[in-house]
Design a protein around this ligand. Sequence first.
Ligand SMILES: [Zn+2]
Length: 461
Amino acid sequence: MPQISRRHIMGATALGAAHWSLGDLSASATLGGGLALGTFRFDVTPPLGHPCCGGWISPVKSVEDPLEGLGIVLVGAGKPVVLCVVDWTGILNGAHLAWREALAQAAGTTPERVLVHCVHQHDAPFACLETQKILAAQEGLAGTLWPDFNQRVISRAQGALALAVQAAEPVTRMARGSARVERVASNRRMDRDATGKVKSMRGSACKDERLIAMPEGTIDPELKTIAFFSGARRLACLHTYATHPMSHYGQGKVSSDFAGLARKRVQAADPGCLHLYLTGCAGNLAAGKYNDGTPRARAELTDRLAAAMTRSLATLLPGAVGQFDFRSVEIRPGINAGLVAERLREQIANRKGTLAGRSRPGFELAWLERLSRGQPIVLGALQLGDLCLLSLPGECFVEYQLQAQKIAPNRFVATAAYGDGGPWYIPTRQEYPCGGYEVSVAFCQPGVEELLTGGIRKLLL
Ligand SMILES: [Zn+2]
């Protein structure tokens, strides 16, 4: 069993400072060194009436296709490492910690070795226990999460994960693949005035010809795949791509939307292997240029994303496993100066306010409370030789994943964002003065860029 070392690089714990606790600089296991992989899946479909996307759109009225939680567990290289991705809008703050702790317990590992991500569909639960508590005290608000349902899903995940640990199979080879995704992602922040300020957003769906005609803008067009093999057999594939995953939403019709539907199609064609889809740094990206919000557009986006996944799989070239390394880093970003607890409480209590205008401050207040009790954001990197899965929080702008690839140019860096959703949007420092919707719901100070990029460097270098 490899040695696990725990090392504190820098010990500052004050808010706004970085606290690097490099979980494991560690755990090297090589080909033939006992690395094994188990897969698990469980249902996360919300019941009828459950709030969707924070409670400001229609609650669940029907289920078009079920929502899934999917995961892998790697054993035999230090304590197990778990990666789990859920078809929900987000899992935030205390709920994110609760998920990681529960999965850690089921796998016999520690919470920093558990990566929990969401795909970020919107007709889906947005899980924040603190926000739920805040909103439940208010008349007229739907709340955001049924805690009993959340607990049932966690128990289901634990059961599936415990079995996966038992059934883990040796990993003998790894492979990487990639494919360019055609006509799906586009940048939302293209419409600017002469000073660079964002005038209007090209959202997930767009019918404005002027905005549609604008270029795609800065995106990452590559879908990346990391595959685990046991002999000639594929055990699991991790696909990453950066875009908001919504085609249309808001009517209470639960769906895994085009990203989930594409994943399910690829999964159906390859039942012996578990296919996971992870949304990359998509804070400023969506399908708006290519999506008019109709059911037909959902089908087209599904086709294009599934085609890219299939092309990426066709490029897989199996190689050696390489050295296994798992690292985690904690950061403690400062609070956006615009967030003042007293004002947020007033907005939440204002019965004349809109549902969104009363619910969103609940998430902001939850973020303040979470930071004041000292819960850090945990970044992670799972590395196997020159292949890396980078795990980031919230709605990071795409520039972060482009930067991550530049930091480690000789490695294959596939990035999953939408880990801990507590901070909501994470713009780059340069984008804060440009305003727009994303900046208006960015809960961190602009200094989050340096913390996040510094953390990514610690993980990758
Ligand atoms: Zn979003």
